[in-house]
Design a protein around this ligand. Structure first.
Ligand code: UTP
Length: 262
């Protein structure tokens, strides 16, 4: 399995520090946040990680290249214009083009405290014969309009080889609505931070027209993937922290390093 970590965004919600320090490099304890994400990918079974950065974020590359234990497993892709998450993932396509199995995508600014979702998502994918699986989080109704919200059948039973995964947390997606109004939301389950995607996603991204904000949205391409191939969701039990803003960053620090902030 290969993993992609998009980390080329501008980080405007964390200005002014992000003028010179990428948000992904902010420390959680003594490690930059993105290292925890690389470690999640490797412990889920990824044998190669592609990190997507912009030319302004070379410091991320320098950091990993100085660590011989991590450097051989990391390769680099560049996004020179910030045209959205889907566009960032597409920049890694060449690096994973020979893949036949789903590719793990982990957002560079999303840390999940507690149980890491990626390993469980990989197990679910294998149990269903190599399907796509997206990580889901339940969000309050007033916040559904910020996310891709899924519609699906809850609970999948009787699967072999899925020890340690609560089947009640798995659902098969029927539809996906991008940023719905609360009254139009099919559920409160949002796609959040972790994706394991069939390699067909790359050709869909290549033909994806800009969506919300004029950006190439990953969820728009997943919606098209869903029309053609099964996509499952895993309502992961861990707590996601968005380190792309100061309050989320502090909560992540508290969750990962409680003794520092007691
Ligand atoms: P965000 O939605 O947090 O966007 O991206 P952003 O641009 O980084 O931050 P703000 O909104 O300006 O504060 C989620 C993840 O996707 C990456 C980001 O680096 C982050 O890890 N991303 C986003 C890209 O790599 N390229 C993009 O064009 C957009």
């Amino acid at each position: 399995m290969k993993a992609i970590i998009p980390a080329a965004g501008h980080g405007t919600r964390f200005l002014p520090v992000t003028r010179v320090v990428p948000k992904e490099m902010l420390p959680i304890g003594a490690k930059p946040a993105i290292q925890l994400i690389v470690e999640e990918a490797l412990s889920a079974g990824a044998d190669g990680v592609v990190i997507v950065i912009s030319p302004e974020k070379e410091i991320v590359r320098r950091y990993f290249e100085e660590d011989p234990s991590l450097a051989p497993r990391i390769s680099w892709a560049y996004q020179t214009e910030q045209k959205g998450l889907g566009h960032a993932v597409l920049q890694a396509a060449d690096a994973v083009k020979d893949e036949h199995e789903p590719v793990l995508v982990l957002l560079g600014d999303a840390l999940v405290a507690g149980e890491a979702p990626s390993a469980k998502m990989a197990a679910i994918s294998r149990a269903f014969g190599g399907v796509s699986v997206v990580g889901l989080e339940e969000v309050p109704l007033e916040r559904v309009s910020r996310y891709g919200i899924v519609k699906g059948d809850n609970g999948v039973n009787g699967l072999k080889g899925l020890e340690g995964v609560d089947c009640e947390r798995i659902l098969r997606l029927e539809d996906l609505v991008e940023k719905p109004a609360p009254e139009a939301a099919p559920s409160r389950l949002a796609i959040a931070g972790r994706y394991l995607l069939d390699p067909a996603i790359f050709s869909l991204l290549a033909s994806q027209t800009p969506g919300v904000g004029g950006e190439i949205q990953l969820t728009d391409a997943i919606r098209r993937l869903l029309a053609d191939r099964p996509v499952y969701g895993y309502r992961y039990p861990g707590v996601r922290h968005d380190i792309g803003n100061p309050a989320g960053y502090l909560k992540a620090m508290q969750a990962f390093q409680p003794s520092f902030v007691a």
